[in-house]
Design a binder for this molecule. Structure first.
Ligand code: AMP
Length: 425
């Protein structure tokens, strides 16, 4: 038997109902903040991620699905391609490729789609997973560097999570400064790590050389006491970054969004500058991060694009769904009525009635005239219908239908014209 690949999942009904409800709410909320959808390819040139996400990140060194795509003709060169592990690099590539900066305004873009990372699968961590993300990017003259944009995306996320009915979320905030701050901080970490790093895991030993900031991402329990004592990034921020961060916090305070500062949260991607943030949820165990985001003021230039500061985030949709389910939000049974034709020749009458009701917005399922009454009731229950409507010769002739609510067993006779209102009440 052929099975789905480890780390990938089939999403089946009724679960997909909750996924669709989440995505519909996302589109509704994002539209109210003037975000528009962008769809980028699922695979890209490998160097986009190597340069965008960062050569020494876990994603690029260990987790990408990369292959050599041979040219079809002998003259065609082969090319290294990669399934996207995240979507910000692709959005910024598209921004540059299509010259969106020339519109001279802020681009507010969102995406919903699968991402791929070769991680060790566990609950909340998959090799194909789904992200819902948004980016605000544009020339500095359009206000793309403003702390107001950071506050706007964070406030939008809080609104979305609340509107979805999620309660147990927490927001963690940090600033990782600008490129110069990070260089000074990296140097300080390098110095601090020198006498200690031999006690740490092999990944940290490598990172201490190549990119000491990434040591803060380490999850190895034995390394944590050492990491806790390392210098803190806040001491290395220049005045402009400090003020920017203070302005973001003041705006969040003004709209009453609670957060805590987590100085270790540098996030696993190299492109972040200044504000970084995560929304976590207490019911998710080890994989508690539901949303990750931050500012990436130098990303466009590192991909040979124009200066285009930006800020964005990605919601892990799989984890958002797990968190909602943990709080008891489930897929709703949504079938209003099961139309049961009884006896020979009733199929087309039942189809006609179902057609009227469906066109009026009632969710109907339709049985078959070969079913006896008992079988129709069983089928209606299995389909999850709230009501069953009997379509027999008497009903068709009189225009009065026997309607039974399956849960209560209550039965009433309803005239054809009133059926729509009755069934969708
Ligand atoms: P990142 O792109 O690493 O900042 O991740 C943003 C969000 O995507 C995380 O907070 C998770 O919710 C989600 N995510 C990242 N990797 C995975 C994965 N392998 N499986 C499921 N969700 C993931």
């Amino acid at each position: 038997m052929i099975r789905a690949i480890r780390g990938t999942r089939d999403l089946l009904p009724p679960d997909t109902d909750l996924w669709n409800r989440v995505e519909a709410k996302v589109r509704d909320v994002f539209a109210r903040y003037n975000f528009n959808e962008i769809r980028t390819p699922i695979f890209e040139d490998t160097s986009l991620f190597a340069r965008g996400v960062g050569e020494d990140t876990d994603i690029v060194t260990k987790e990408m699905f990369t292959w050599e795509d041979k040219g079809r003709a002998a003259s065609e060169k082969s090319q290294s391609l990669t399934l996207r592990p995240e979507n910000t690099a692709g959005v910024v590539r598209a921004y540059i490729e299509h010259g969106l900066d020339k519109q001279g305004k802020l681009q507010k873009l969102y995406y919903i789609g699968p991402q791929f990372r070769r991680e060790r699968p566990q609950k909340g961590r998959y090799r194909q997973f789904y992200q819902i993300g948004a980016e605000i990017i544009g020339p500095p003259s359009a206000g793309s560097e403003s702390p107001a944009r950071d506050a706007e995306v964070i406030e939008m996320l809080a609104t979305l999570l609340n509107d979805l009915g999620l309660r147990g979320w927490a927001l963690e905030l940090n600033s990782v400064g600008g490129a110069a701050d990070r260089a000074r901080y990296n140097q300080a970490l390098r110095v601090a790590l020198k006498p200690l790093v031999y006690q740490m895991c092999s990944d940290c030993q490598r990172r201490a050389e190549t990119n000491p900031l990434r040591v803060l991402d380490c999850k190895v329990p034995e390394d944590q006491p050492i990491i806790e004592k390392l210098p803190k990034i806040s001491a290395y921020l220049d005045d402009a970054c400090r003020e920017h961060f203070a302005a973001v916090r003041a705006m969040l305070d003004a709209v009453g969004i609670p957060y805590t500062i987590n100085e270790r949260m540098v996030r696993g991607l190299d492109y972040y500058t200044r504000t970084t943030f995560e929304f976590t949820h207490g019911d998710l165990g080890a994989q508690s991060a539901v949303v990750g985001g931050g500012r990436y003021d130098g990303l466009s230039e590192s991909l040979d694009g124009p200066r285009a500061p930006g800020i964005g985030f990605a919601i892990g949709e799989d984890r958002l769904i797990l968190a909602l389910e943990a709080e008891g939000v489930t897929a709703a049974g949504s079938l209003d009525a099961y139309i049961a034709p009884l006896g020979a020749g009733m199929n087309s009458h039942a189809l006609k009635l179902a057609r009227e009701l469906r066109r009026a917005g009632v969710r109907c399922d339709l049985g078959d005239e070969s079913f006896r009454l008992k079988k129709s009731f069983e089928a209606a229950k299995r389909a999850g219908a709230r009501y069953i409507v009997i379509v027999g010769e008497n009903e068709v002739n009189s225009g009065e239908f026997a309607v039974k609510e399956l849960a209560s067993g209550k039965q009433e006779t309803v005239v054809r014209e009133k059926l729509k209102a009755y069934l969708s009440s």
